[in-house]
Design a protein around this ligand. Structure first.
Ligand SMILES: [Fe+2]
Length: 386
């Protein structure tokens, strides 16, 4: 599609390196901030990382309010309450330190402080009218790539729905990627957050919206994550594996911000909304079966990915058809659940899940192979038994 126009924006500044979090205070100063809202989850908020961040901020005479109410797969009110605190304290910026949920909440708070209203009002595409205050993201997991994206995902538990605020005003001002902060992550969380990153990389690489800028970035992410996920899970103290995974998830986030995700994400959403399955677990369990469905539409790309993940078959078609198996092996190797049955999903809910997944419009539109509710139901059925 030579005539398609490509417009790209994103996270403005990125700092990567072991120990780079030590520059946080100084970087905030350079951004003109003297008072910020520090957003963390309640677990990290009790631990040594909070003390360390406090010292770093105090070292640069940055005053801060502490907001610790983030929990996994957050509800929109969590951002509303944080924004209220940010407004009361008249902060000039928001700093998110934590996993994807924390970063999403921090990004949403930054736009709510200036725009008013509630997070739920802005769920959708381009509904945020004005820029927020600047946000700074410090990820402690290598997964969502939230530090590089314009999305903040929330779970509406009463309506059993997930949805995201998607707005260019959500792009962070600065991402600080310090691999040391991921060294303590337990193997299981390393595994499922890493699988989320791999799915971002594969889905953005093969998305209908992929383009000349996004493709090389997504490709690099696939390579890095494919080569380092097992190492990070089984050798959590290996700083090289951790550094690589943090680079990989960041690149995958850049790819996803540019080209979107696909059917795996659409089908993972109901698992999170209805059963609170962590996002990366949901993506992982669905991935092989979506690849099986999609591969006739993307034979050349799937073959490239399959070879890069270790497939030895020479023919392109055969290599492409073996990609689901490569991904299933990876899931097994890192200890992820092999089927929806294992996750305790009731079989009779699959049709309802298929209806919901079909309504996740953008990922469905980006998917390389057209899909309908019936096809989705068949894929869920395949994933049920594993
Ligand atoms: Fe994701």
């Amino acid at each position: 599609m030579a005539s398609r126009r490509i417009y790209v924006e994103g996270v403005k500044k990125t700092l990567f390196g072991i120990g780079s979090v030590e520059e946080l205070g100084e970087r905030l100063r350079r951004l003109g901030m003297e008072k910020v809202l520090l957003v963390m989850d309640s677990e990290l908020g009790k631990g040594p990382l909070r003390e360390r961040i406090s010292k770093i901020l105090e070292g640069s005479s940055i005053r801060y309010g502490l907001y610790l109410e983030v929990s996994p797969e957050p509800s929109p009110w969590v951002a509303d309450k944080g924004a209220e605190m940010g407004r009361d304290l008249q902060v000039q910026g928001v700093v998110g330190v934590g996993g994807g949920s924390t970063l999403d909440v921090a990004k949403a708070i930054a736009v709510l402080v200036t725009n008013g209203g509630k997070a739920e009002d802005y769920i959708g595409l381009d509904l945020v009218p004005n820029p927020g205050i600047p946000s700074v993201m410090v990820p402690t997991t290598a997964g969502t790539g939230s530090e590089a994206t314009f999305t903040a995902v929330f779970t509406m538990r009463e309506q059993k729905k997930k949805g995201g605020i998607n707005s260019p005003y959500l792009y962070p001002e600065l991402a600080i990627l310090d691999p040391e902060l991921t060294l303590e992550l337990p193997p299981y969380i390393t595994a499922f957050t890493g699988m989320d990153a791999l799915v971002h990389a594969i889905e953005s690489y093969t998305s209908k919206a992929a383009h000349f800028l996004s493709r090389p970035i997504s490709w690099e992410a696939i390579q890095i994550i494919g080569q380092n996920l097992r190492g990070a899970v089984y050798n959590g103290k290996d700083i090289h594996a951790r550094s690589s995974m943090l680079k990989g998830s960041y690149l995958a986030g850049l790819g996803l911000a540019m080209a979107g995700v696909g059917l795996v994400h659409a089908m993972a959403y109901p698992l999170g909304a209805l059963y609170d399955i962590p996002h990366g677990v949901a993506n992982g369990v669905i991935l092989p079966y979506v690849l099986e469905y999609n591969y006739p539409a993307k034979v050349a790309e799937y073959a490239e990915i399959s070879w890069s993940l270790g497939t030895e078959a020479e023919g392109e078609r055969e290599a492409a058809s073996l990609l689901p198996e490569r991904c299933f092996e990876l899931l097994q190797d890192v200890g992820m659940p092999p089927s929806l049955k294992e996750l305790g999903i009731p079989r009779e809910d699959l049709p309802k899940m298929a209806e919901i997944a079909m309504g996740v419009t953008r990922p469905i539109q980006n998917n390389p192979r057209p899909v309908d509710t019936e096809a989705i139901l068949r894929i869920y059925e395949n994933a049920f038994e594993g």
